[in-house]
Write a protein that binds this ligand. Structure first.
Ligand SMILES: [Mn+2]
Length: 362
């Protein structure tokens, strides 16, 4: 497994490449052209500039998160083919730069949802948290404003302020989109990009829905073993794969994370590994990465990834805000560096104990 950190680019991120380079065991970044709107073409020159910047700092781009999908594609609007054409050009340009792992999501309107970006924990750290009861009391426009006014001045991925002005329009676009229709549109998109992905050995790794159930009555389709199977079987080609995200899939306690890893093993191309504390159904806080700080057994998650032979990029996910750091919520340096180090420790222990004994003990 290649340990990486998500990085939003020098214009947007409080964390520098030089800092990432100094986290032991982190050899790469997962990044994006953060200024790009969904549907816009990524020019080769822009991609190469980003790549050169990362490589000059002694790191490697291990994957792109994300190349976002235009809402016309998600809703199957009549102009979707134009945006798919643009997406294909972007994929071709990424492949020219030898970037072949693409994380994306197919969530309507909101990429992810939280009720708080800075819930205080007993130790004084703050975390992102989710409470369905609170979400039920607010309308989508209010939550958009809240997320943006509590983001420490950073642009949150998926919550770009320019989307706020269009929120009514966006909800209107999704009004008649059922989960069946959304899946149909996703399959249409994947079939259209199949040729370019196969030709260029590009892996598309869809990110699960976060949280893993419908929010604001918008459909969600990548949220359980059954639904992921449906997608992977519908376009049963290697390029159509999964980003395993423990925090997103694990938001629903019905999801068995190790079983999901074992089921989709060779179709998992990218892993986000973080911990949550579940308080009750639909109510959870993000936590430090350690098993002892949350509800997940992180050893079992890493062991399952190891057992299926996962050797792609892995990254710690949202961290707590600690030691007075001010960053994009969830994306500070300190707690993610602790997370990367902890995950690397688990990986080393599993690799070494496997070589010495107990193969296949899961
Ligand atoms: Mn994730």
């Amino acid at each position: 497994m290649k340990m990486t950190l998500r990085w939003f680019g020098s214009e947007y991120d409080s964390v520098t490449l030089e800092q990432i380079r100094q986290i032991p065991g982190v050899t790469g970044v997962i990044t994006t052209l953060y200024n790009k709107q969904p549907g816009e073409i990524w020019e080769l020159s822009e991609i190469l500039e980003l790549k050169n910047e990362v490589e000059a700092a002694g790191l490697k781009i291990e994957g792109i998160e994300s190349v976002n999908i235009h809402d016309s594609i998600k809703t199957g609007s009549s102009d979707r083919d134009k945006y798919i054409e643009n997406y294909i050009v972007t994929l071709e340009n990424l492949a020219k730069a030898d970037l072949r792992l693409i994380c994306y999501n197919f969530m309507p309107v909101f990429d992810w949802t939280r009720s708080s970006l800075a819930k205080k924990r007993p130790d004084g750290s703050t975390v992102l948290s989710y409470d369905q009861e609170l979400i039920d009391k607010i309308n989508p426009e209010t939550i958009f404003e809240e997320i943006n006014s509590n983001s420490n001045g950073f642009v949150m991925p998926g919550w770009e302020p320019e989307r706020l002005s269009k929120i009514k329009e966006l909800f209107e676009m999704y009004k008649n989109i059922t989960s069946e229709k959304l899946l149909e549109n996703l399959i249409y998109f994947l079939n259209k990009i199949k040729a370019v992905c196969k030709k260029n050995n590009i892996k598309m790794a869809i990110h699960p829905d976060d949280p893993a159930w419908p929010v604001f009555e918008l459909p969600r389709i990548i949220n359980s073993k059954e639904n992921i199977s449906k997608l992977l079987d519908s376009v049963n080609e290697d390029f159509n794969g999964l980003t395993f995200c423990s925090g997103s899939l694990g938001s629903n306690t019905k999801n068995d994370l190790c079983d999901i890893i074992k089921t989709f093993g060779n179709r998992i191309y990218f892993a986000h590994v973080r911990n949550l504390i579940h308080h009750s159904k639909g109510k959870f806080d993000e936590a430090a990465h350690l098993s002892s700080d949350g509800s997940f057994d992180m050893y079992k998650i890493i062991k399952a990834l190891y057992d299926v032979g996962f050797n792609g990029p892995i990254r710690p996910d949202h961290g707590r805000a600690i030691w007075g750091e001010v960053s994009m919520p969830g994306y500070g340096l300190y707690d993610r560096a602790l997370g990367a180090t902890y995950l690397n420790g688990l990986i080393e222990a599993i690799e070494k104990s496997d070589k010495n004994n107990c193969k296949g003990a899961m």
